[in-house]
Design a protein around this ligand. Structure first.
Ligand SMILES: Cc1ncc(COP(=O)(O)O)c(C=O)c1O
Length: 402
C-alpha cells in the first residue's frame, strides 16, 4: 500500500502561467479594488453566462452572498427562513445576523438534500424565504421546492456553493430560484481562496443586491446626489480575486467532466458493496458536480465508526465523519445550541433547536462518511480506494461472524 488518501477538500488549484496575465497587470498597475479596473465586471458577465442568468454580483464570501441575498430581499425582521441543517454554517449565520429566524427542515436520506414534504410542514404564515442547498454538488428537488415557494409566494434562494455547473432538467443550478448564490472559497470548483457571487434574473432585485454588498452606496448616481440607500455592509470582492477566477470559469467544465467520470466509476465500483454501503442519490434529470462523494453505511453508527477507524488505521484512507460536521448544524453551533446565551437579543432567541429537530438528518449523519475524492483523483485512485474499502468491509464481516 503506497498511496495515502487523506480527506481534504482544500488543495492547491494552480493557475497556468498564461493565466496569470490579468493578475500581474493589476498588481503592476496597483489597481486592487473592484472599481479601479474592469476585471470584476468582466467576471460578473462570465458568471452570468456560465450560470445562465441575467445578472451576477460578486462579493467577499459565500456567507456574504447569503447575507447580501437576504438584505436584497428585504425580508421582515423576525420572519422565518427555512433551510437545511446539513450544510456550511455560513448559510445560517447571515439569517441570524439579519434578525431573521432559521427554521430547519429535514432531509431526504437518499439525496442529503431538503425533503420538500418536511419543508412544507415547516411553512407558517411567518415564513419569508427558503434556502435550498445543492449539497455536495447534488441538485436539490427544485421542481417541488419551486412549486412550494410559488404556492406560498415566498422567494427561494439556491445555494450552489458546492454545485457550480451542476444541472437540473437542462438548466444550471443557481438560475432557477429567485436568487442563486455561490462561494468561491478554496475548496470550491472555482476559487480565489475566498469569495462569493449572487445571481438572478430580476433586474430591480439585483440592483438592490449590488448595493447590499456595497454599504448601500448609490454609485450609479452623481457624487452630489449619492446616498447610502439602506442598511448593508462592505462585502466587496477585489479585482485581484476576479483576475484569479476568470480563467477558471472558462475551464471548469473540463474539470467537472473528469470529476463526473471518476464519480461514475466510483459508484460502479462501490455497487458490489451495496449491501453495506450506499451512495448519495442523484435525482433523475439532475447532473451533480460532485464537489464531494457522500456515502453511508446501511447499518448503524457503530458500524460506520469501526469502518472509518479501520480504513484510517490499516488502509491509509482518512475519511470525514458525517457530512464534514458529524452532526447537524444545530447540534454543533453554539449560537443554535444556546440562543439565549449567544443570541444577543436577536429575534431567533425565542426559538430552541434541540436534538430531534430533524431526526432523518441526525440519523443519516451518524451513518455517513466522506471518502477522499477530488479533481486530482484518476481511475487508478478510485479503483485502489474501493479495493481497500472492500477489503476492510470483508474483514469486519468476518470478524463479526466469528
Ligand atoms: C453550501 C455552502 N454554503 C455556504 C458556504 C459559505 O461559504 P464561505 O465559506 O465562502 O463563506 C459554504 C462554504 O463552505 C458552503 O459549502
Amino acid at each position: 500500500m503506497t498511496t495515502k488518501y487523506r480527506f481534504s477538500l482544500q488543495y492547491p488549484k494552480p493557475l497556468e502561467a498564461d493565466e496569470l496575465g490579468a493578475m500581474n497587470q493589476l498588481a503592476r498597475d496597483g489597481n486592487f479594488s473592484r472599481y479601479t479596473s474592469d476585471v470584476t465586471n468582466q467576471l460578473e458577465q462570465e458568471f452570468s453566462k456560465f450560470f445562465g442568468v441575467a445578472h451576477s454580483v460578486t462579493c467577499s464570501s459565500g456567507t456574504a452572498a447569503i447575507h447580501g441575498a437576504l438584505i436584497g430581499l428585504d425580508l421582515p425582521v423576525g420572519s422565518e427562513v427555512i433551510t437545511t441543517p446539513v450544510t456550511d454554517v455560513g448559510v445560517v449565520l447571515p439569517i441570524i445576523y439579519q434578525n431573521l429566524i432559521p427554521v430547519f427542515a429535514d432531509l431526504d436520506p437518499t439525496t442529503y438534500n431538503l425533503d420538500p414534504k418536511s419543508v412544507e410542514a415547516k411553512i407558517t404564515p411567518n415564513t419569508s424565504a427558503i434556502i435550498a442547498v445543492h449539497l455536495a454538488g447534488n441538485p436539490a428537488p427544485l421542481d417541488e421546492l419551486l412549486a412550494l415557494a410559488k404556492r406560498h409566494n415566498i422567494p427561494l434562494i439556491e445555494d450552489c456553493s458546492q454545485a457550480h455547473g451542476a444541472e437540473y432538467h437542462g438548466k444550471r443550478v443557481g438560475s432557477m430560484g429567485t436568487l442563486g448564490i455561490a462561494s468561491l472559497q478554496q475548496s470550491k470548483h472555482i476559487t480565489s481562496g475566498e469569495g462569493g457571487v449572487i445571481m438572478g434574473n430580476d433586474t430591480i432585485l439585483m440592483d438592490r443586491v449590488r448595493l447590499a454588498v456595497d454599504k448601500g452606496w448609490q454609485r450609479f448616481k452623481s457624487l452630489r446626489e449619492r446616498r447610502y440607500e439602506f442598511l448593508s455592509l462592505n462585502y466587496r470582492y477585489t479585482g485581484i480575486q476576479a483576475a484569479a477566477v476568470l480563467p477558471q470559469v472558462r475551464r471548469v467544465d473540463r474539470i467537472l467532466a473528469k470529476k463526473r467520470r471518476m464519480a461514475a466509476l466510483l459508484r460502479e465500483r462501490l455497487q458490489p458493496l451495496s449491501d453495506s454501503i450506499g451512495c448519495q442519490l442523484v435525482l433523475d434529470g439532475a447532473i451533480s458536480s460532485y464537489y464531494s462523494f457522500p456515502t453511508y453505511v446501511k447499518r448503524d453508527e457503530a458500524f460506520r465508526d469501526e469502518l472509518v477507524d479501520i480504513l484510517a488505521r490499516d488502509y491509509d484512507i482518512e475519511c470525514a465523519y458525517g457530512y464534514a460536521n458529524p452532526v447537524p448544524l444545530y447540534l454543533c453551533t453554539a449560537a443554535l445550541e444556546d440562543p439565549v446565551k449567544h443570541g444577543r437579543g436577536l429575534r431567533y432567541t425565542e426559538r430552541r433547536y434541540p436534538k430531534g429537530t430533524c431526526p432523518v438528518a441526525e440519523d443519516l449523519l451518524k451513518r455517513s462518511f466522506l471518502l477522499p475524492f477530488n479533481e486530482k483523483f484518476d481511475e487508478s485512485d478510485v479503483k485502489e480506494m474501493v479495493t481497500r474499502v472492500g477489503a476492510a468491509l470483508e474483514r469486519m464481516v468476518t470478524t463479526h461472524a466469528g
